[in-house]
Design a protein around this ligand. Sequence first.
Ligand SMILES: Nc1nc2c(ncn2[C@@H]2O[C@H](COP(=O)(O)OP(=O)(O)OP(=O)(O)O)[C@@H](O)[C@H]2O)c(=O)[nH]1
Ligand SMILES: [Mg+2]
Length: 230
Amino acid sequence: MIDTAGLRKRARIDVEIERMATSATIEAMKRADCVILAVDASRGLEDQDLQIARLAEREGRALVIALTKWDLVEDRAAARQLVRTRLAESLAQLKGVSTVPLSAETGEGMQKLLPAVQEAVGCWSTRVPTGALNRWFESALERMPPPLIDGRRLKLRYITQVKARPPSFALFGTRVDATPDSYLRYLVNSLRAQFKLPGVPIRIALRGTTNPFDPNRSSLSGQLGSRKAH
Ligand SMILES: Nc1nc2c(ncn2[C@@H]2O[C@H](COP(=O)(O)OP(=O)(O)OP(=O)(O)O)[C@@H](O)[C@H]2O)c(=O)[nH]1
Ligand SMILES: [Mg+2]
């Protein structure tokens, strides 16, 4: 467990030291299985907090948000609701991320922190069985067929999980690189719900199905690039 220096702006402190500590913090974050983002609950989720959460997502880390100083919060229901709204509006790519209210002062809620981390790391390490993945894929395509691209139906053929930590998938099809972001988001949200992957980054790479050994095609035609969807 690494306790990093905080990433908040502190004008009082020597700029150079702050800069070094900040980069050490980000380096630690990039290597972490799970990032616990400690947010001062008496101030709510500020833009800086959301940016750190997005950075953790971009780096493919599991995330748990600790709402600290919970003992100072007077209207707890309102504070929770505010956090919930903020997350739904501004952190859709980490839908379902755990928030744990706690107080270091009184100890309240502390016992819920590590179980939340273990659960997040469990989701983050998930390997979806191929059979279940295929069944989900078929029904997801049935429920919402891929869109038409230039008047022709986009043909998505199959999906496979290429790695875990975070869960990463490769989607194969013809002209798969033309898949709109909105459709990828639909697939990611559906995957997240079906396989219970709240609050973890999910990656989908797009792969063409053209034969890379076909001499009439350029050697790159089988790899139509990779995009990320939230
Ligand atoms: N009332 C209350 N005060 C707290 C709580 N947790 C921390 N504090 C106070 O908040 C201040 C900062 O706490 P730290 O634990 O140093 O915060 P930090 O985020 O680790 O700070 P850096 O390591 O400097 O980034 C201290 O004065 C603590 O006593 C809490 O749960 N309740
Ligand atoms: Mg500290």
